[in-house]
Design a protein around this ligand. Structure first.
Ligand code: NAP
Length: 450
């Protein structure tokens, strides 16, 4: 019998559990998937935009894994010094796989970043996704214009949610408070701003194109700004994904104005240098105009442009955070590893593994986690004969319970799901997410588990 703890129940954690129980070398493997939240699925639940129902439905595949007879979900368990110490976890299991993602945001490092009204995009995403740690703010209140800094897929998500009306968001599982705030939004101008050119933007074409199909919203691009990019004027040499992006942008540049009531302005070659206040809140972002440097980067021109915004969402990428007792590469925001095996001072640490963003950094789509998890599991299984020589308890959960831990088990999660369906029905909507710790834990404790 091989007992494995997987820390984190997002896609990388669940794909790790799946790989472990699907393999045939160690038929007796048992996997406990721990999560600090009482709800599983990580960023599929708390990151994928609520209007992306198709991607959200991936939860059904992840559910099948967590309901596997040799997999257990243990929610509400924080691994770390202020919860279950990582060292204790390692005593209880033959192997621990950390799949904790990249929990922090990269910083801009410019003056005014902390002004009221300036948020990381992930804070905004957490709010409309009902993450229980989300800030209790109304974000859009009092804002006429918003600036989204960065041109990746998260930037596209938050731009789209800002531009969508309540009627379109109501059928989603967005929490009621966020839906009401967005229904009252007066944001009419949304500027999504890249520091480099259109051919270097990180968004994918499918996501970009979606911005052009939003009701009563038009996408505005300046053909002269696009033309600063050699990749735009001569896209033949671009990789196909970038070429497709450029062609979508060209279509918008050549289109006559539509006169819609909301505008998404896609801007390029503008590097944020300062957030400017008015009456103690952000009121504009100052950008320096840049030009291509011929090597894929840009250089400043010493010319500046201020864009008005009472809401600023900094969407410049995620960053991994150090884990209790694990080595950490601060530059990359990842745990050093060899094919998923944690490396301490260059040597393999037996029984410790990583998968997902904490292993390879915050890149790729959900499916990228499958091969990533598989590689880690292959390493773990190669090590299994040595790992199982160490005595561990027959049932680590029984030990944890005896030590006073009361995880939210699968029945507790199902009780949360029922409560969310009931909440939705009472509001005349579909499923509506519970937005805070108290209501989640109250619902979880309604489970029928003994
Ligand atoms: P990302 O793809 O890395 O994009 C980050 C953006 O921030 C880039 O445009 C980057 O520009 C810009 N940036 C970084 N530092 C900056 C600075 N100091 N000033 C101005 N701009 C700066 O990150 P992400 O959008 O957070 O996405 C993370 C991952 O999740 C990606 O793999 C993404 O595809 C994935 N995701 C996918 C979906 C989907 O499939 N629907 C949805 C959401 C997220 P430079 O390129 O110039 O550095």
């Amino acid at each position: 019998m091989l007992h494995v703890a997987v820390v984190g129940s997002g896609p990388s954690g669940v794909y790790t559990a799946q790989s472990l129980v699907q393999q045939s070398q160690v038929p007796g493997v048992r996997v406990d998937v721990l999560d600090r939240l009482p709800c599983p699925y990580g960023l599929v639940r708390y990151g994928v935009a609520p209007d992306h129902e198709k991607i959200k439905s991936l939860q059904n595949n992840l559910r099948t894994v967590l309901e596997h007879e040799r997999v257990r979900f243990l929610g509400g368990v924080r691994v770390g010094p202020d919860g279950l110490p990582a060292a204790r976890l390692r005593e209880l299991y033959h192997a621990v796989v950390y799949c904790v993602g990249a929990a922090a945001d990269r910083r801009l490092g410019v003056p005014g970043e902390e002004l009221p009204g300036s948020w990381s995009a992930t804070e905004f995403v957490s709010w409309y996704s009902a993450h229980p740690d989300a800030a209790a703010d109304r974000f859009v209140l009092g804002a006429r214009a918003a600036v989204v800094i960065g041109v990746g897929n998260v930037a596209v998500d938050v731009t789209r949610i800002l531009a969508r009306g309540a009627a379109e968001l109501s059928p989603t599982d967005m929490p009621q408070a966020a839906l009401s705030a967005l229904a009252e939004s007066h944001v009419r101008e949304i500027h999504m701003v890249g520091r480099r050119g259109p051919s270097q933007a990180r968004f994918t074409t499918k996501e970009l194109r979606e911005l052009g199909g939003l009701p009563d919203t038009e996408v505005v691009v300046d053909p002269e700004e696009l033309a600063l990019d050699p990749g735009y004027t001569d896209p033949a040499g671009l990789p196909s994904a970038q070429r497709r992006n450029v062609e979508v942008l060209r279509g918008w540049a050549e289109r006559p104005p539509l006169g819609a009531s909301r505008r998404i302005r896609l801007r390029f070659f503008l590097r944020p240098v300062e957030l400017l206040p008015e009456a103690g809140r952000v009121d504009a972002v100052r950008f320096e105009r840049t030009v291509p440097d011929g090597h894929g980067g840009v250089t400043g021109t010493g010319r500046y442009e201020d864009i008005e915004a009472q809401l600023v969402l900094r969407s410049v990428g995620y960053r991994g955070v150090p884990l209790d007792g694990l080595p950490f590469d601060a530059d990359r925001g990842t745990v050093p590893h060899l094919a998923g095996r944690v490396l301490r001072d260059g040597s393999v640490a037996p029984g410790e593994y990583v998968a997902g963003w904490i292993k390879r950094g915050p890149t790729g789509v959900i499916g990228t986690n499958r091969p990533c998890a598989k590689e880690t599991v292959t390493s773990l299984l190669e090590d299994a004969p040595a790992l199982v020589r160490r005595e561990v308890p027959d049932d680590p959960l029984a030990v944890l319970r005896a030590e006073g831990l009361r995880p939210v088990e699968w029945a507790g999660w199902q009780a949360i799901e029922r409560a969310e369906a009931e909440l939705g029905a009472s509001l005349g909507r579909g499923v509506v997410k519970l937005p805070d710790w108290r209501s989640l834990m109250e619902a979880a404790r309604q489970d029928s588990a003994p």
